[in-house]
Design a protein. Structure first.
Lengths: 141, 675
């Protein structure tokens, strides 16, 4: 290779490697494992150490505000998980009974999940059926 | 009406296929009549899809709830202008909009070029119509907007069903910016189909000079302009509507629009190297292919729900079709590219690392790196689940870690790149161009450091911003002064005429300056703070130099929603500066609560107040207050960026100067370094 082009290769390599390193460290810091409540219980021991995102439905009437913390329970396939949310942000608008919630944090040995981030989607999602007994139309117009 | 819409879609499907076949046969048999017929068919597709979209609009306006799409995205009491946005508020409608915009662009392209580029144009028509065919197929067979609602009887028969009222439009979409946001986003995403079609046509017809680039320069910039505008509007929407105090959260849907913009930006820059030096020919092909793929991929990501997101407006089975289409486009275009490699030889070589070419190369490298990192971060949950079975997600720290240094480097390049000479910048020209700006910026940096700005990225952002601003300002100053002495114009006139005479260059500088301002606003994010407060009527709470006092807590009832509304006085250093009205609404049709934040913006900072609910016994309201420095500069920077792009789109104006020869010599001196 000519010396002229070597400069470009070295320059590009330095940039790419630096970015790759930064990406790797950012990845290690912010990665979390996404799972449902059932999956959490299936591999309990591994999950104590990991940062987790757990999805489940908010059990009706389980939301209790306790000072700045919010306690509630999420469930999925008959498995329930008690959650304490201690986040800097207020819970989202969509966080109501029966909402599909995703809580982010750590699973403690006491069986309580401590979350510091949360997302929630309304149970009455728009792309779902209009009402009971109504099905998406097929071929007939 | 629905039958008519249905018919229009079916007709569009047939006409699109005819257009492709006629164009290709026309080329094969060198038959101008067939080619002209294919061209007319492309315009016909536009007419058909226009009829279909008008039908859907009529059905929404007349609240015809026998149609599933209308029942699911509208309701009787929805205000008229939101019925318009319901047109693209759901899966079927938004894809119809995509397809419609594509046919508009296609029609304009074929009419504009009907007597030009005769070898290339039939190919352009067929590539555009091929994309159109994909969307028409989707409209007709997969996500048909004219599907009727039916119920299934116990005996298995289906009968039509008309609900009394519709489900209403997603409340998060009931916001003025959201009416225009999707069309603007799609105008951007769809727009890149035009340069892509020309690129493919150039390869198919072996017209591999820079004609395709020159012809589509404006199209690329228009697409880039709309896409950038849409990204900023999306940020603005997130900021004022979602209520979490920020405008960018590295959400998959945001990433989906940023990725094509990043590669599009790389493309926009690197084509200049091909125009000027005949280099990077293969690279430009790769870039436009990637940009276009990312546009389709972005639509796929937004519409398929493959990655869950706060914006996930859709969850459906369209993913497979999109992936198949992406694979076809990608393999087809890459095959074509490998076939034509021998014809795409570079006419020159990179010489010096300190040159214009090299600055473009680094610009491309880091824009692509940024896109690549965002792609991985966005798709990692999907990829890791496929490979290891664990769904691993990454958060904002990952995206920021990679993209913040990239953005700082880009900022540096916006200042330095345009002033470097082609081939090799001499040490002398470097000194002449950069010694003063760098000196002043570093001196300011020193002062800032002693004033206590020691957060590394904030410090370097300020220093870079000053450096780039001086570089750009000096370009205008030098050019205008030269013009003013030569022509006798006053300085302001000279600046204006200078810009109008070379819109591409000076428009570009304005875009770069917009980027600087946007950057300043974005750097302010390092200094945000927020707190949660419980307060009843008469109570106060504070945030930095501000004190907030709750004056009133009331309720409001409209046909569309019910709301709790607070009236909060904002005091700065003890002086009343604003009254804020944060609200918490529950929309009746959907029973979904949403937050209406109240914001007081100044050039220095925003106070952002959220009514997040009531405490358990209902005696006090809970307020979340955010202190966001410099946010307004993001919007100002965005506007300037847009204006700069529009200026660069203008044709160069020939302005006779009083003594034109004097001006020319003066300007020539500038161009020597600059152009």
């Amino acid at each position: 290779m000519k010396r002229k082009q070597l400069k470009f290769v070295v320059g590009s390599a330095v940039i790419v490697l630096t970015l790759a390193f930064l990406g790797y460290s950012g990845f290690q810091e912010s990665k979390s494992y996404y799972m449902t409540v059932t999956e959490l219980y299936a591999k309990k021991n591994e999950n104590y150490e990991r940062r987790l995102k757990v999805a489940g439905d908010v059990v009706p009437n389980s939301i209790v505000r306790d000072g700045k913390a919010i306690k509630f329970t999420i469930s999925q396939e008959n498995n329930t998980l008690p959650v304490v949310y201690i986040g800097t942000d207020a819970p989202p608008d969509t966080f109501v009974d029966r909402a599909q919630a995703v809580v982010e944090g750590n699973y403690g040995h006491d069986g309580v999940f401590t979350a510091n981030h949360m997302q929630a989607k309304c149970a009455s999602k728009y792309e779902k059926e209009v009402a009971a007994g109504v099905r998406k139309g097929g071929e007939e117009y | 009406m629905a039958q008519f819409g249905q018919f229009s879609l079916a007709l569009a499907f047939v006409v699109t296929i005819y257009s492709i076949v006629a164009s290709l046969l026309g080329i094969r048999f060198k038959n101008d009549k067939l080619i002209a017929s294919g061209r007319n068919a492309a315009i016909g597709t536009f007419v058909c899809i226009t009829m279909a979209i008008l039908c859907l609009f009529y059905l929404l306006m007349s609240s015809d709830f026998s149609i599933q799409y209308v029942a699911e995205h509208s309701n009787r009491d929805l205000p008229l202008y939101f019925k318009l946005s319901a047109l693209w508020g759901g899966q079927e409608g938004s894809l119809l909009l995509w397809g419609w915009l594509l046919t508009i662009y296609s029609a304009i392209v074929v009419i504009q070029n009907r007597r030009k580029h005769t070898a290339m144009m039939p190919y352009v028509t067929s590539v555009l119509m091929f994309t159109s065919l994909f969307f028409t197929t989707m409209h007709l067979f997969v996500v048909n907007p004219f599907t009727q609602l039916v119920t299934v009887q116990p005996d298995g028969s289906r009968i039509a069903f008309v609900p009394a009222d519709g489900q209403g439009l997603n409340p998060l979409l009931q916001y003025i910016l959201m009416i225009i946001h999707p069309p603007i986003m799609y105008l951007g995403l769809v727009g890149f189909a035009v340069p892509f079609a020309f690129a493919m046509a150039a390869m198919m017809s072996r017209q591999l000079g820079d004609t395709w680039i020159r012809t589509t320069r404006r199209w690329t910039m228009i697409a880039w302009f709309f896409l950038g505008t849409a990204i900023l509007l999306g940020g603005k929407w997130a900021y004022v509507e979602l209520g979490w105090g920020g405008f960018w959260g590295w959400d998959p849907v945001e990433n989906a629009s940023l990725m094509p913009w990043l590669i599009g930006t790389a493309f926009l820059h690197s084509v200049m190297v091909q125009e000027k030096k005949g280099m990077l020919k293969v690279w430009n092909m790769v870039l436009i292919i990637l940009t276009y793929i990312m546009c389709i991929f972005g639509t796929f990501l937004t519409r398929s729900g493959v990655v869950s997101s706060v914006h996930a407006f859709a969850q459906s089975s369209i993913g497979g079709y999109f992936l198949a289409f992406i694979m076809i486009v990608l393999s087809g275009s890459l095959y074509l590219l490998t076939e034509r490699l021998p014809d795409l030889k570079s006419e020159n070589q990179m010489e010096s690392i300190v040159s214009r070419e090299s600055s473009f190369m680094f610009n491309n490298l880091i824009l692509l790196a940024s896109c690549f990192a965002i792609f991985w971060g966005t798709m990692f949950p999907v990829i890791s689940e496929a490979v290891t079975g664990d769904k691993v997600t990454v958060g904002p720290p990952f995206f920021n870690r990679v993209n913040v240094p990239i953005a700082v480097f880009l900022l540096f390049l916006t200042g330095v790149g345009p002033l470097l000479a082609w081939r090799k910048a001499s040490t002398n020209s470097l000194k002449r161009n950069f010694l003063w700006p760098a000196g002043i910026a570093l001196a300011a940096g020193g002062i800032l450091y002693f004033l206590g700005v020691n957060h590394f990225y904030s410090w370097i952002s300020v220093v870079m911003s000053i450096f780039v601003t001086i570089c750009i300002g000096r370009e205008f100053y030098k050019g205008a002064r030269a013009r003013a002495t030569g022509s006798g114009e006053n300085f302001v006139e000279a600046v204006v005429n200078l810009t109008l005479r070379n819109t591409r260059r000076y428009g570009g500088y304005i875009v770069h300056f917009g980027f600087v301002l946007l950057f300043i606003g974005w750097a302010g994010q390092a200094f945000t703070s927020d707190s949660q407060n419980e307060a009843g009527i008469g109570d106060t709470f504070s945030m930095k130099q501000y004190v907030l006092r709750v004056d009133k807590l009331g309720v409001e009832d409209t046909p569309n929603y019910k709301s709790q509304k607070a009236t909060v006085s904002l005091f700065e250093y003890g002086k009343k500066v604003a009254i804020l009205y944060p609200e918490r609404r529950v929309y009746k049709a959907s029973q979904q609560p949403t937050t209406e934040v109240s914001i007081r913006s100044t050039l220095r900072e925003d106070i952002y107040l959220v009514f997040s609910g009531s405490n358990p016994d209902g005696s006090k309201a809970i307020f979340q207050v955010y202190y966001n420095p410099l946010v307004m500069w993001v919007w100002i920077g965005g506007i300037i960026l847009g204006l700069g792009t529009l200026i660069a789109l203008l044709p160069n104006k020939k302005i006779p100067a009083k003594d034109s020869r004097a001006v020319r010599t003066q300007e020539a001196k500038q161009v020597e370094v600059g152009s």
